[in-house]
Design a protein around this ligand. Structure first.
Ligand code: UD1
Length: 424
């Protein structure tokens, strides 16, 4: 297995390009199933997860070409050849489950494995299934598979989510665009990736209004056409490199990062004493060497709150801050697995249920650590960049799921970081 070796202490200076958002790209890829004409996605990230989605879609009959020079993915679902997403595929990547809605809407039926839990929590999909039922689908669970049918088509419905779910909001949109009549989603998630999905669907001829607010109106249409759409910049990738620059010190420009999508994180970084400003079409992050970080507390929340996907990275940063910070995780029940690993580097962290108390230390010291999930693993990289000596991050396949060219981007700014290729 590959591992990443970091010699900490080097500041980061330079420009880091921010690519399209993984969490948006995966749903946009699923949208290709909705039309018999090609969908072109520009600014695509090239990640283990997006490649994985490509393979799944190919198995369903979508013809896919990756045009590397322009970072464009061309997807053409002229015909749906299969409506089955097997366990092995959905188990490896939860977002595969998102093919259910589009298959149901276009083909009238689908059999998709239930995704099951994952390292950060149980992560049920009950809200997704209830929404499809409200739209008239017959849903049965058999041997771990969701068997869904709407042979005479889905019908628009009024759906109020009991709590905010990014996945359920997106998945319902993906089905409702081809339903008969109007679907109204209340208490919808407001994440920028949802507005991005709506923009793409509208470019394909859908009629979605209000995406990005808590109430979304969708007028169903009978078919969708081809379109070209640029994937929104990855706010989590941008936030991660902002934390890395803050931890290591230095001055970086995150080219393509969207200031307006990172409000809660920018507030947190400024409170910690880091300078963050919009600059052209990007974000400049500066922390002078020798300037100690200040403790800042936060709790994760749905957008526009502090993203749970940046919680681990922010915790890594707070390990070096002056004072005590309190971090509350409100979205996932088991998302502090990075805490014991950070402790191996000398951090002082106490976890009580869904709250962590971090008492900043003056220095971290490099050590071998183990990545447990995507965002946790990058928090260990951030800590390693700031620690004295050598940090070895094992199980880096988690990183490859969500960060394209991580070592290259950091090394180009002066980090001492390299990948060691493993045997298997
Ligand atoms: C998406 C993101 C993930 C991010 C999360 C929250 C993708 C591929 N993943 O995950 O990176 O951390 O949003 O911003 O886009 N829940 C239920 N029933 C459901 C659906 C969700 O109980 O049917 C619960 C979840 O277990 C979780 C909470 O609702 O506790 C929020 O989850 P949700 O917003 O749906 O996250 P995902 O879409 O899975």
């Amino acid at each position: 297995m590959d591992r990443i070796v970091i010699t900490g202490g080097a500041p980061l200076n330079g420009v880091i390009p921010i690519y399209g958002a993984k969490n948006s790209a995966l749903k946009l890829q699923a949208a290709s199933l909705l039309s018999a004409e090609p969908l072109m996605l520009e600014n695509m990230p090239d990640l283990a997860d997006t490649r994985f989605m490509t393979q799944l879609l190919q198995s369903l009959g979508v013809e896919i070409t990756w045009i590397k020079e322009t970072r464009t993915l061309r997807m053409h679902a002229a015909e749906i050849l299969s409506t089955i997403a097997p366990y092995d595929q959905v188990r490896k990547m939860r977002a595969s489950f998102n093919v259910l809605g589009p298959l149901l809407a276009r083909a009238g039926h689908a059999t998709v494995s239930l995704p099951g839990g994952c390292a950060i929590g149980a992560r049920p999909v009950d809200l997704h299934l209830k929404a499809f039922e409200a739209m008239g689908a017959d849903i049965h669970i058999e041997q771990g598979y969701v068997k869904a049918a709407a042979l005479r088509g889905l019908k628009g419905a009024a759906i109020e989510f009991p709590f905010v779910s990014v996945g359920a909001t997106e998945h319902t949109m993906l089905a409702a665009v081809l339903a008969q009549g109007e679907t109204v989603l209340k208490n919808a998630a407001c994440e920028p990736e949802i507005a991005d999905l709506a923009d793409c669907l509208n470019a394909m001829g859908a009629r979605v209004e209000g995406a990005g607010t808590a109430e979304i109106h969708i007028q169903g249409v009978t078919s969708l056409k081809g379109a070209k759409h640029a994937v929104v910049a990855d706010r989590i990738e941008a936030g991660t490199y902002a934390m890395a620059a803050a931890a290591a010190g230095g001055n970086v420009l995150l080219a393509g990062a969207r200031f307006e999508h990172l409000g809660a994180m920018i507030k947190f970084l400024r409170e910690a004493g880091v300078q963050v400003d919009a600059e052209g079409r990007g974000l400049r992050v500066v922390r002078k060497r020798g300037q100690r970080l200040k403790a800042a507390s936060f709790e994760t929340a749905a957008f526009p709150g502090f993203p749970t996907d940046l919680q681990a990275q922010a915790m890594a940063l707070m390990c070096l801050a002056d004072g005590e910070s309190r971090i509350k995780e409100t979205i996932f029940e088991n998302r502090f697995m990075h805490a014991p690993e950070l402790t191996r580097l000398g951090a002082k962290i106490e976890v009580h249920g869904n709250e962590a108390v971090v008492t900043g230390v003056e220095k971290l010291a490099g050590a071998p650590v183990m990545a447990t999930d995507l965002r946790a693993s990058v928090s260990l990289v951030i800590a390693g960049l700031a620690a004295e000596g050598e940090t070895i991050v094992n199980r880096v396949y988690h990183l490859d799921r969500g960060f394209e060219g991580l070592e290259a981007k950091l090394a180009a700014c002066g980090a001492q970081i390299a990948r060691q290729r493993g045997e298997d």
